[in-house]
Design a protein around this ligand. Structure first.
Ligand SMILES: NC(=O)c1ccc[n+]([C@@H]2O[C@H](COP(=O)([O-])OP(=O)(O)OC[C@H]3O[C@@H](n4cnc5c(N)ncnc54)[C@H](O)[C@@H]3O)[C@@H](O)[C@H]2O)c1
Length: 359
């Protein structure tokens, strides 16, 4: 099946550096990482993806990027990095499934803490000029949190996934202090967009959209009033490019829209886009799930000029189109043209690229 590469990312806010860098991206075959790879390739960098393809897909990889299939916990991964000598590392590879982290915290910690340490140690030895850690806004508890939540706020991890991501942040800060590693940390809100795995355990937009398009029954955890901050993947990539190019930026930075949308509202918006008419089945709330969540991105706006641009309704429509195209290759050809036309109309959209080979 073809993968339509329709990226709706705008780069005018990003300072263009014409120097070609060697950039290594752990987790670059995943949802967010693969979009970042596309953007870096487009800017002329030499891009290496280090990924074990546990949740990532070869078909998402830009043909101009290289792939080394290794696990971030493996010493071979560290040796590879030291030998390849990247100028820059974006570290995205992680165990990201919250329920799995509750079931098996050891596995979660091995990847998110020990794996991160392995990559950090390699980054130090390779003397990289830039290291960007992608962390999670889920670190913030809902109870005593002011919304939208800024970086000064109390961090109270509620589940092992958040504990391990926070530990990874602390190790990054240690390497910055002790070894002068030029590192930045960014904490993402709920990211959505094309290439998010609808069969994954997280990513409510992708999961709902796929099930709705297949007219399958859907479960609504909790009472559906729990909120999250949904940010489009293209907006995240713009911020990651900025962080790579601005060595003075350290963070941690919160990256979100600052707006809360309830699960019920996401359900309703997607139902409208897909023509879904079944009622959702109620289910108990998920353990450790925050009741309300939104991130205040004032700090990154002030320091780097980043702001989210993609309106939720447009981002959801693009995501539904992409999932629809994955389900029906014949339709996908027509959809490619429709999407092109739509995208050209969006004023903040700068490029789109087409088609990658299958896995
Ligand atoms: N998607 C979101 O809403 C969201 C929100 C907050 C933070 N984040 C963070 O963004 C990063 C990327 O998330 P994503 O949504 O693109 O997930 P993803 O699962 O699509 O991508 C993760 C990638 O890492 C690879 N990977 C996993 N374990 C690995 C290992 N041990 N060794 C090598 N590669 C490994 C996977 O194969 C995959 O390609 C993660 O660090 C995640 O914690 C994501």
């Amino acid at each position: 099946m073809q993968d339509i590469r329709l990226l709706t990312i705008s780069y005018e806010a990003v300072r263009i550096t014409y120097m070609k860098n060697r950039i290594l991206i752990t987790g670059g075959a995943g949802f967010i990482g693969s979009h970042l790879v596309d953007a870096l390739v487009l800017r002329g960098h030499e891009v290496m993806v280090l990924d074990n393809l546990s949740t990532g897909f070869r078909k998402f990889l830009n043909p101009q990027a290289q792939l080394v299939k290794l696990d971030i916990r493996d010493k071979k991964a560290a040796d590879f990095i030291v030998k390849w000598q990247p100028d820059m590392i974006y570290h995205l590879a992680a165990q990201i499934i919250a329920p799995l982290s509750i079931e098996n915290p050891l596995h979660d910690a091995e990847i998110n803490i020990m794996g991160t340490l392995n990559i950090l140690e390699a980054a130090r030895q390779a003397k990289v000029k830039r290291f960007v850690l992608v962390s999670s806004g889920g670190l913030l508890s809902s109870e005593e949190t002011v919304l939208p939540t800024d970086e000064e706020h109390i961090i109270k991890p509620a589940i092992p996934y958040c504990l391990s991501k926070l530990a990874a942040e602390d190790y990054v800060m240690f390497y910055r202090e002790a070894h002068a590693l030029p590192a930045a940390i960014v904490r993402l809100a709920n990211v959505y967009g094309p290439r998010q795995n609808p069969q994954g355990a997280s990513g409510v937009v992708a999961i709902f959209a796929e099930r709705m398009l297949k007219r399958q029954p859907l479960r609504l955890d909790g009472d559906g009033t729990q909120t999250a901050d949904h940010i489009y993947v293209g907006d995240v990539v713009r911020a990651l490019l900025l962080l790579g190019e601005r060595p003075e930026a350290t963070g941690p930075y919160h990256l979100g829209t600052g707006m809360e949308t309830s699960v019920k509202d996401i359900f309703a918006k997607l139902a409208e886009l897909t023509g879904y008419d079944l009622a959702p089945t109620p289910a108990p709330a998920r353990l450790g799930e925050a009741k309300r969540r939104a991130l205040d991105s004032g700090k990154i706006k002030c320091e780097l000029g980043w702001e989210p641009r993609m309106p939720l309704d447009q981002g959801l429509a693009l995501t539904v189109d992409w999932i629809r195209a994955q389900q029906d290759p014949v339709w996908s050809e027509q959809l490619k043209q429709t999407c092109k036309n739509k995208i050209e109309k969006l004023k903040n959209i700068q490029f789109e690229t087409a088609i990658a080979p299958s896995k």
